[in-house]
Design a protein around this ligand. Structure first.
Ligand code: DSN
Length: 416
């Protein structure tokens, strides 16, 4: 595999080959990562990358678009069918760009936006002061309740009444329980705010019908296509029909230039895969695995934020183990287990240290792991965290991880 790169660019080949082996030999527990299918990879590596196609199918600024039009139409139709949406724009290069388009289609710079507190599970593009969202909009936040660690809807309602946001941005990159989309829609309607839901993390679960969909409630829904949805890296916007024109014009020419046609082809492949019955089985297993992993970690003395999970991820509070998120991330990395440090709600530690790690099961489930392996993984994680200062033990755990992973090949043949 990768013969041309190997021949022409040995330096880069090292990076590509190294990454193939890292993915195969390590346990990937980063909640936002997954392994795209070979068909998705083929689309991404296709000649569609050569084509400029500013505009939309049938209305382009370049000639020669008949085949990329076909790809984009397939992606649009499949996305609409998959999520039951009235309109789909498949051009956003990323989730953040989808969010830029969503905001600027509905409100103006300077307007007030309500988003989930970043350290309670929110996302940079929902109002971080250094992000465009925090720079161009006045951000007010919703929080999780200190005791339950569930979204505090009553407090959010009070914030809405006081601050009158023009737009509510609901969604998270680290919230393990169910969002009450219907309640949020009512709260938005009460004060004539738009409801945008960013389902980047839950998209695959929602497409499979194993997590509630906001599509019937939200004015606009944004997502990435590469997390639980298991497609190519990229973004997607779904909306009600009346917003279609504003969304399309804001995304192009408002926010992006030429669409990445190879990525759009990859999205078409991914949406077709997600429409297949086997995708539902996969997503059910993702949740079963996450719940099992949470229980196994709890049994080993780890506290799971909000008491458990209803989706693909969980936040693990490490304070009882006297370990920071940063230390755990480093130790686990040395043991071949990849996670990211993450603040827990009301975290006493700063964001570069944190008291927690975020753990997710989409990637390990794609490679075929089930509940039995979740028990093994919890044990390996615990062993690594306990021996965080002992590189020799961490190396021996990495060997065990490698042994476990060898039974679950991801892309057989890629390593040759
Ligand atoms: N970086 C993504 C995540 O890890 O959740 C969000 O953009």
């Amino acid at each position: 595999m990768y013969e041309e790169i190997k021949k022409s660019d040995p330096q880069l080949y090292k990076a590509v080959k190294g990454e193939v082996l890292r993915q195969q030999n390590n346990l990937e527990l980063i909640a936002s990562e997954n392994y795209a299918s070979r068909a998705v990879l083929e689309a991404l590596g296709s000649v569609l990358t050569n084509k400029y196609a500013e505009g939309y199918p049938g209305k382009r600024y370049y000639g020669g678009c008949e085949y990329v039009d076909l790809a984009e139409k397939l992606a649009i139709d499949r996305a609409k069918k998959l999520f039951g949406a009235e309109h789909a724009n498949v051009q956003p290069h990323s989730g953040t760009q989808a969010n830029i388009t969503a905001y600027l289609s509905l409100i103006n710079p300077g307007d007030t936006v309500l988003g989930l507190n970043l350290s309670h599970g929110g996302h940079l593009s929902h109002g971080h002061p250094l992000n465009f969202s925090g720079r161009y909009f006045k951000i007010v936040t919703m929080n999780v309740h200190k005791d339950t660690e569930l979204l505090d809807y009553d407090e959010a309602a009070k914030v809405i009444e006081k601050e009158r946001p023009k737009l509510i941005m609901a969604g998270a990159s680290n919230y393990s329980r169910i969002w009450d989309w219907k309640r949020l829609k009512k709260m938005a309607d009460d004060w004539k705010a738009f409801l945008v839901t960013d389902i980047a993390h839950y998209a695959g679960l929602i497409a499979a019908g194993v997590y509630p969909s906001p599509v019937e409630y939200a004015d606009v829904v944004t997502t990435t296509t590469h997390k639980t949805l298991r497609g190519p890296r990229g973004g997607l916007i779904l909306s009600r029909a009346p917003y279609a024109r504003a969304i399309d014009r804001t995304n192009f020419p408002g926010n992006q230039g030429g669409p990445l046609m190879h990525a759009i082809a990859g999205k078409a492949v991914c949406f077709r895969e997600a429409l297949a019955p086997s995708f539902r089985d996969y997503q059910k297993q993702v949740i079963k695995n996450a719940r099992k992993l949470a229980r196994e970690l709890q049994a080993r003395g780890y506290r799971i934020v909000a008491g458990g999970t209803d989706c693909h991820l969980m936040s693990v509070d490490l304070r009882a183990k006297n370990v920071t998120g940063k230390e755990a991330e480093i130790a686990l990395d040395k043991a071949g287990i990849t996670v990211n440090k993450n603040t827990i709600p009301y975290d006493p530690q700063p964001p570069m240290v944190t008291s927690g790690i975020r753990v997710g099961t989409p990637a390990v489930t794609t490679r075929g792991m089930k509940e039995r392996e979740m028990t093994l993984i919890a044990g390996l994680m615990d062993e690594a965290i306990k021996h965080k200062g002992d590189d020799k033990i961490l190396k021996s755990i990495a060997e065990k991880v490698r042994g476990l992973c060898s039974g679950f090949p991801i892309y057989p043949g890629f390593e040759k």
